[in-house]
Design a protein around this ligand. Structure first.
Ligand code: MN
Length: 427
């Protein structure tokens, strides 16, 4: 079955502005809450949220093998479990229904009222129940910058880095969708020049500009996924702000890696953009030298040209662009990450999320964290209102955006927008 949904000629009968991240060629998947407090699985075209549960009830998916309540659920896990053939059939059908030349739903006012919502009238939820969350560390520029700051500028990359997609097991309980504020975490830190640690609000709260991919059921326990097949198990991608408390991280990370500095919050964009929609933006990644071990060898272009940006908006102020980066800078590809992850037999389930790691580019204006942008706080960033930031202040909002664009189409993720609140206080 070809991917007819990607046809750049398609135009929707729903209004889509020219700079929208969500033309009819995107058809991402998400979960939203309607004004009537109904939770449903949906997609998005332009600024319209489309209720796939209602579409299914009205029989618009006839001929596609789906369980009866496939889209009347509060997570996408079951749909993702159904695999690539189903994802493709459903995207193709949605593209067909909403394409200009198709009048079936277009001319049925009653059905349109049940199915289509203004985006402002729905509240986006987490799209999947995330059982496990793994975060990689796959940007060479980021790993080099952090290694230089935290350890030794002359040996910034540890000896394993060029051989292993380094990662750690994160925490899924505190993954939240865009627009949910986050409290500054409390934590144990060792102040510079101090001999004893103290406990208090983190003084170095930072963002990490990342993407993440969502998997389908990939294997049974014990079964490794060959590198050449790994892509079949990746459903799609989201933007990820992997919040980090740098002062906590610096003190706690030896010898077992990140712990409480990372687990207080991770924010994601609510629409999962499918790998099929991203297919036109496939491109070559960085050359890997030394050559990876055989089990990590992959053929063909493994990267995707996804433009990324991060902005900071102080309370009541305007947005300040802090950095622009690109997913294609990632040294290790998603296939290699997933292959490595399962190489020991670790089981990967539908709805698992794997973060890329901070995506820094080669130039200082493409660094994906305040840690790097201000070089550990040494070079504060001046904002348009005249104030300075070394890290994120209380009531600042961090906004990440990502999109792909060629001559024919723009496919984007929308944004992940999160306000940092002062430390939690029991009311
Ligand atoms: Mn991270």
């Amino acid at each position: 079955m070809p991917i007819t949904a990607n046809n750049p000629e398609l135009k929707s009968w729903l209004k889509v502005s020219a700079d929208s991240d969500f033309p009819i060629q995107n058809i991402p998947f998400g979960v939203f809450l309607t004004k009537e407090h109904v939770v449903t699985i949906g997609t998005r075209i332009g600024d319209y949220a489309i209720d796939l549960g209602a579409l299914q009830q009205l029989n618009y998916f006839e001929g596609i093998e789906l369980t009866d309540d496939m889209f009347m659920q509060d997570t996408l896990n079951d749909f993702i479990s159904d695999g690539k053939r189903t994802w493709r059939a459903v995207r193709n059908r949605i593209a067909e229904l909403f394409c200009e030349s198709n009048e079936t739903l277009q001319k049925n006012e009653k059905h349109r009222e049940i199915v289509i919502f203004n985006l402002d009238d729905v509240e986006m939820q987490l799209p999947v129940l995330i059982g496990d969350y793994t975060d990689f560390y796959s940007s060479k520029e980021h790993a080099t910058n952090v290694g230089a700051m935290f350890r030794d500028p002359d040996n910034a990359l540890l000896p394993n880095w060029l051989h292993i997609p380094v990662g750690y097991h994160g925490r899924s309980s505190t993954i939240i969708p865009s627009d949910i504020p986050v409290h500054r975490p409390m934590g144990q830190t060792l102040a510079p020049d101090a001999t004893n640690p103290t406990f208090g609000p983190s003084k170095r709260v930072d963002f990490e500009l990342e993407t993440a991919f969502i998997t389908t059921d990939a294997n049974i326990m014990g079964e490794p996924i060959p590198a050449g097949e790994a892509e079949d198990y990746i459903f799609g991608m989201v933007l990820l702000n992997d919040w980090s408390a740098r002062d906590v991280q610096k003190w706690e990370y030896v010898p077992l890696g990140p712990f409480l500095a990372k687990s207080f919050a991770s924010s994601i964009s609510p629409w999962i953009v499918t790998m099929e929609a991203l297919e036109p933006f496939r491109t070559a990644g960085p050359k890997q030298d030394p050559e990876p071990l055989d089990y990590l060898k992959v053929e063909g272009d493994q990267a995707f040209d996804i433009k990324l940006e991060v902005s900071l908006k102080p309370e009541g102020g305007e947005e300040n662009l802090l950095a622009t980066s690109n997913f294609k800078y990632m040294y290790w590809s998603m296939s290699q990450q997933l292959t490595h992850h399962t190489s020991n037999g670790c089981r990967v389930n539908s709805g698992d999320m794997m973060g890329s790691g901070t995506i820094s580019g080669p130039t200082p204006d493409s660094f994906g964290s305040m840690l790097e942008l201000t070089w550990g706080g040494k070079n504060p960033i001046k904002l348009s209102d005249g104030t300075e930031r070394k890290f994120i202040d209380d009531n600042d909002t961090v906004i990440m955006r990502g999109y792909c664009k060629n001559d024919e189409v723009r496919i984007g993720f929308g944004e992940v927008c999160t306000k940092l609140l002062p430390p939690y206080q029991k009311k």
